[in-house]
Design a protein around this ligand. Structure first.
Ligand code: SF4
Length: 442
C-alpha cells in the first residue's frame, strides 16, 4: 500500500506564491513528516511539496493526503478533484480543513479535524479494513494529543528535495494569547503543551553530526519563549550540542536577560519576531497588548547585543491604520535596524475573531481563498481604500528592500559583533528584494 502526502502550493494562476521559487524561503512540510511517522511501517509514504516540485498525477497510490492553509486550499481542491477522478481517495487535514470541514469535505473522502495524532492512525486502520467505503466523513477527537506522543518526524523522506534548511523541530503546541487575526489558538488550543526536553534532545542527537551544516536547526514554534521556565531549561540543555539555530519568539524575550544569554549560548543566531504594528491602538485592536511599543527599541538593541539577528513582522490594515502607517513603520524599522522584515496585509482568516468581526460588519469584499495570502486586500479597511492599503504595502516592501535601506539596516550588525553574519543577512535581504521587485506579480 502506498500513500502520497501533498503540500499544495498557493494557486498557480494567481501567482500568489509570495516567496517565489527562492529556496531560501522554503521550509519542509513538518506536519506531513509527523503524519508519515504516524503511518504504520508496512505502508510506503511519499511526500510531495508542490512549492518545490511538480505533482505527477499518474503516480500510483492507494490514498492521497493533502494539508491545507486557507490560501492554498483552492489549489488543494484542484489536486484532490484530479486524484479522485482517477479513483484515488483523498483525505484532507490542516488548519483550513479544521475550521471549514464541510467546505473541505466536498473535495474529500474524509477530513481530519484538528491535530493528526490518534486520528490518522484510526483512519488508516479503517481504510485498511474496507477501503474508502469504511472511512468516516470526519475524524475528530475531543482531546488534544499528549505532546509526549508526538512522534519524531520522518525527515529521511525529504532528504533529497534540496531545501536550504531542512532540520526543523517543533517543541510546543498551543498559545495562551488570543490575537484577533491568528488561528493558532483555534487549531492548537489556548493551553501550551510542551514536549519533554529529554525527548527533544534525543531527537536533536539523532539529527546532528560532525559537519557544521548538520548543526543548523530551526524551531517552528510560534513562540519559543512562551513559557519562560521551559525556554530556560531547553536552552541550557542545548548548549553542549554547539548548535546554530533560528526560531520565533515574542519581543518579551528581551525582558529576561538570563534567558537571552542562555539562548545566545545555546546557539541562537536569529529570531523571527511579530511586532505586528508600531501603533498602540492597532495592537490593542488586535488584542496583542503583550507587545509594548515603548520597549521595542531598547529590546531590539539588547537582542542584537547578544549576537542575535531579528527578522521583524508587521501587519498593515488595522482599523486604526491610516495612510501614514506605511512611512512611519519604514522609518521605525530603519532607525532600529532590523536585519530583515516581513510585511503582511491584514487577512481575516476563517476561524479567527477578526473574520467573525468583519463578517458581522459586512466588510469582507473578496471570498476567493487564493487571495488570503497576506498580500491582497480582501476586506474594506476603515481609514483607507483597499487600493491605498495595497499600494502602501507594496511601497513599504519596495522601500525597505532598496539597497540603501538594506545597508542602513545591516549597519546594525556592529551590535553584538555580528559582522560575520553580513553574508547571510545580505542573502536574505536580496532574496526578499528579488521577490518584491515586481518579478512576481501579486
Ligand atoms: S499571533 Fe502569536 S501570540 Fe498571537 S495568538 Fe497567534 S501564536 Fe499566539
Amino acid at each position: 500500500m502506498k500513500i502520497l502526502l501533498i503540500s499544495p502550493t498557493w494557486k498557480k494562476e494567481t501567482k500568489v506564491k509570495r516567496m517565489g521559487r527562492n529556496r531560501i524561503f522554503k521550509v519542509p512540510p513538518h506536519n506531513l513528516l509527523i503524519v508519515s511517522a504516524l503511518t504504520p511501517k508496512d505502508i510506503e509514504v511519499e511526500i510531495i511539496d508542490e512549492n518545490i516540485e511538480e505533482i505527477d498525477f499518474d503516480k500510483k497510490a492507494n490514498l492521497v493526503g493533502i494539508t491545507t492553509m486557507t490560501a492554498s486550499c483552492p489549489r488543494a481542491y484542484e489536486i484532490a478533484d484530479t486524484f479522485r477522478e482517477r479513483g484515488i481517495p483523498v483525505i484532507f487535514g490542516g488548519i483550513h480543513a479544521t475550521v471549514l470541514p464541510e467546505e473541505t469535505a466536498q473535495h474529500a473522502d474524509a477530513v481530519v479535524i484538528g491535530e493528526a495524532e490518534g486520528l490518522w492512525e484510526k483512519l488508516i486502520e479503517d481504510f485498511k479494513k474496507g477501503g474508502k467505503q469504511a472511512l468516516d466523513k470526519f475524524y475528530k477527537s475531543s482531546q488534544r494529543p499528549d505532546p509526549v506522543k508526538i512522534p519524531i518526524p520522518r525527515r529521511e523522506l525529504i532528504k533529497d528535495k534540496g531545501y536550504l534548511l531542512s532540520r526543523f523541530l517543533q517543541l510546543t503546541r498551543g498559545c495562551p494569547f488570543d490575537c484577533s487575526f491568528c488561528s493558532v489558538s483555534k487549531f492548537f488550543g489556548k493551553k501550551y503543551r510542551f514536549r519533554p526536553i529529554k525527548k527533544v534532545i534525543e531527537e536533536i542527537r539523532g539529527m546532528i553530526g560532525k559537519p557544521l551544516k548538520t548543526r543548523f536547526l530551526g524551531f517552528l514554534d510560534d513562540n519559543i519563549v512562551g513559557n519562560i521556565n521551559y525556554a530556560r531549561e531547553l536552552f541550557k540543555a542545548l548548549i553542549p550540542y554547539k548548535l546554530l539555530w533560528i526560531g520565533q519568539s515574542s519581543i518579551n524575550i528581551a525582558q529576561h536577560g538570563d534567558v537571552l544569554q542562555l539562548a545566545a549560548a545555546s546557539g541562537c543566531k536569529g529570531l523571527f519576531i511579530g511586532f505586528e504594528s508600531i501603533s498602540e491602538a492597532s495592537l490593542l485592536e488586535a488584542n496583542k497588548s503583550q507587545n509594548k511599543i515603548k520597549f521595542y527599541e531598547r529590546a531590539i538593541k539588547k537582542i542584537h547585543q547578544f549576537g542575535i539577528s531579528i527578522e521583524g513582522a508587521f501587519i498593515f490594515g488595522f482599523d486604526h491604520d491610516d495612510k501614514s502607517i506605511f512611512k512611519k513603520t519604514v522609518q521605525f524599522i530603519e532607525r532600529v535596524k532590523l536585519d530583515a522584515v516581513q510585511f503582511s496585509i491584514l487577512i481575516p482568516l476563517p476561524g479567527t475573531r477578526l473574520y467573525e468581526k468583519l463578517e458581522k460588519e459586512d466588510r469582507i469584499i473578496d471570498r476567493n481563498w487564493s487571495n488570503y495570502d497576506l498580500a491582497h486586500v480582501v476586506f474594506q479597511p476603515k481609514l483607507m481604500t483597499p487600493q491605498e492599503l495595497k499600494q502602501g504595502f507594496d511601497w513599504a516592501y519596495q522601500r525597505i528592500y532598496r539597497l540603501s535601506s538594506i545597508f542602513k539596516r545591516l549597519s546594525g550588525l556592529y551590535r553584538g559583533r555580528r559582522w560575520k553574519y553580513l553574508l547571510p543577512g545580505l542573502t536574505l535581504n536580496l532574496g526578499y528584494r528579488r521577490t518584491f521587485k515586481g518579478k512576481e506579480k501579486r
